[in-house]
Design a binder for this molecule. Structure first.
Ligand SMILES: [Zn+2]
Length: 162
């Protein structure tokens, strides 16, 4: 384990998991097997949510360690496989004894989201306003693309002129 030892987890176990640990030795060896490229997430630093098509518990919103106003979102794919909604397969989550571990490294294109924005999306999803959510999440990138193409078009016109 990278930054926190198993004995430290044991001291504040309730902050990480709701599960009772009965076999301490098995617990220790399982936790020690988690690669150093993962970090532990406290229960208070993540929450479950709805996926973009409204499936319950198909999203996990994880607060950033350094800035709790920023989050990364993970989507569920298959039975127990979580991937980052932004950079897709390059980062994911693991659960061991109910403790959440998140990959530290994400793809280059990955970026955090405002927690308030993630909450807004979740509340719209709960109300079943999927079109609104789609508009909010897609328009931000479409708008940028449109801007880029207009810019390119202008540039080309100039080239033709000269
Ligand atoms: Zn990512």
């Amino acid at each position: 384990m990278a930054e926190i030892s198993v004995s430290e987890i044991m001291k504040s176990l309730k902050e990480y998991t709701k599960e009772e640990i009965n076999n301490l030795e098995a617990f220790k060896s399982e936790i020690e097997k988690v690669p150093k490229t993962f970090c532990l997430i406290k229960l208070s630093d993540y929450e479950y949510g709805l996926s973009s098509n409204g499936k319950t518990d198909h999203r996990i919103i994880v607060k950033e360690e350094r800035d709790k106003s920023k989050v990364r979102e993970y989507s569920k794919n298959g039975k127990n496989y979580w991937y980052c909604s932004k950079c897709k397969s390059s980062a994911f989550l693991k659960f061991k004894y109910g403790i959440l571990f998140a990959a530290i490294q994400h793809g280059n294109c990955c970026e955090t989201k405002e927690y308030s924005f993630a909450k807004k999306i979740q509340s719209l999803l709960k109300q079943g306003k999927f079109n609104e959510v789609h508009g909010l999440t897609v328009n931000s990138t479409k708008g940028l693309k449109r801007h880029f193409f207009q810019f390119r078009a202008k540039e080309e016109k100039i080239k033709v002129k000269f």
